[in-house]
Design a protein around this ligand. Structure first.
Ligand code: HEM
Length: 180
């Protein structure tokens, strides 16, 4: 049976978290756009929330595994406090900030009544810059970045992300958060 090293699990979970975060953001933005019917919008909303949760869990797993890495082990403080790691502190820090913004979104959704809709919306929109941080993090720190396929994945994800932002914020599509 093929055995995976800790490092391979770190890479696989990093990529999976990135992919799911991308899917969650795309579906979240698309679900209220004018050309999407209400019934499809409902499915997109469920997919948006589910992908977001799994992205968060996998990002946690991805970061936590670094504690067990043989080649470049991280301490718990290095994993959870931005810019404290010996290895690539800036780009690791961007990943940690991106992780915390996902956490804030879930927290504010659970505490929606207490924080109010406006604060919730602002926190929710934090995921947009946070996706750019996650992309910079993966691109500059990842061992796969030298591969052409990896560059194509990052470039395509950013392109689709910017396109959706354009439609969402500048092309007068309906509001993204009307459902809540
Ligand atoms: C606790 C927060 C995080 C820490 C400490 C962390 C740390 C790291 C480290 C050290 C690497 C380099 C691994 C290697 O040698 O390939 C890496 C790669 C990566 N991370 Fe993170 N990360 C965190 C959060 C995130 C988040 C939130 C995402 C995406 C949503 C993410 C996505 C990625 C991706 C795509 C790679 C590239 C994998 C590769 O090319 O091999 N990370 N991360």
């Amino acid at each position: 049976m093929t055995e995976f090293s800790t490092w391979e699990w770190i890479r696989a979970s990093g990529w999976s978290a990135y992919f799911l975060l991308f899917i969650s953001i795309c579906f979240g933005m698309m679900q209220k756009m004018g050309f999407i019917s209400k019934s499809i919008g409902r499915y997109l909303l469920i997919a948006h929330q589910t992908a977001g949760w799994f992205a968060f869990l996998l990002a946690f797993f991805h970061g936590f595994l670094l504690y067990f890495d043989d080649y470049q082990p991280f301490s718990i403080l290095e994993i959870f406090i931005p810019f404290q790691s010996k290895y690539q502190p800036i780009f690791t820090g961007l990943g940690i900030i991106s992780f915390y913004s996902m956490f804030l979104i879930f927290l504010s959704t659970d505490l929606l009544k207490q924080v109010g809709r406006n604060v919730w919306k602002i926190i929710h929109l934090l995921i947009l810059p946070s996706f750019i941080l996650a992309s910079l993090h993966g691109f500059f720190i990842g061992s796969d970045t030298d591969e052409t396929w990896s560059k194509i994945v990052y470039a395509s994800a950013i392109f689709v992300f910017l396109l959706l932002n354009f439609f969402r914020f500048f092309a007068k599509s309906k509001k993204m958060f009307e459902n809540y």
